[in-house]
Design a protein around this ligand. Structure first.
Ligand SMILES: [Zn+2]
Ligand SMILES: [Zn+2]
Length: 151
């Protein structure tokens, strides 16, 4: 079999198996690199990347207003495959304009391993270090690479 895979698509963003469980309200994705991702419908709805939900041209989207989602709005009715790169869920309220790319779905994978992988980015944000007690050991290492690159 020869498939015309986009060369930019890696195993980590290639879905080899997709299973939408309407009764349980979950979407499971098995990835070509062996990873498994399970989304619950509510989490998936909040990720909707469409212009209505996310906004466009600098305008905030509907989800930016932090609405209270009704059971209909988080009920997974159907999932359509869009080419080989995305899925488009249909929700109980009829919303179906969100194309969730596999890259997005893998990037936001809610499993523990992926959450841990994303955690270092969150720690890097210099917030929550308001105490003056003790010296921060981390700061000594920050500038060394910048200095070396000038030599
Ligand atoms: Zn949407
Ligand atoms: Zn994961």
């Amino acid at each position: 079999m020869s498939w015309n895979y986009n060369p930019l698509v890696t195993d980590a963003s290639t879905a080899s198996r997709i299973h939408a469980d309407r009764a349980a309200g979950t979407l499971q994705i098995g990835w070509a690199d062996g990873h498994e991702t399970t989304y619950d419908a509510v989490t998936l709805r909040w990720l909707c990347p469409c212009a209505f939900c996310r906004g466009e041209a600098g305008m905030p989207g509907w989800l930016d207003s932090r609405p209270t989602l009704s059971p209909d709005q988080t009920r997974l009715v159907d999932v359509q495959l869009v080419g080989q790169y995305a899925i488009a869920p249909t929700w109980g309220d009829g919303h179906h304009t969100g194309y969730y790319t596999f890259a997005l779905l893998r990037d936001r994978c809610p499993c523990e391993a992926c959450a841990a992988r994303r955690a270092p980015d969150a720690d890097r944000a210099p917030i929550r270090r308001a105490t003056h007690a003790g010296h921060a050991h981390g700061t000594d290492t920050v500038t060394t690479t910048a200095k070396e690159s000038h030599r």
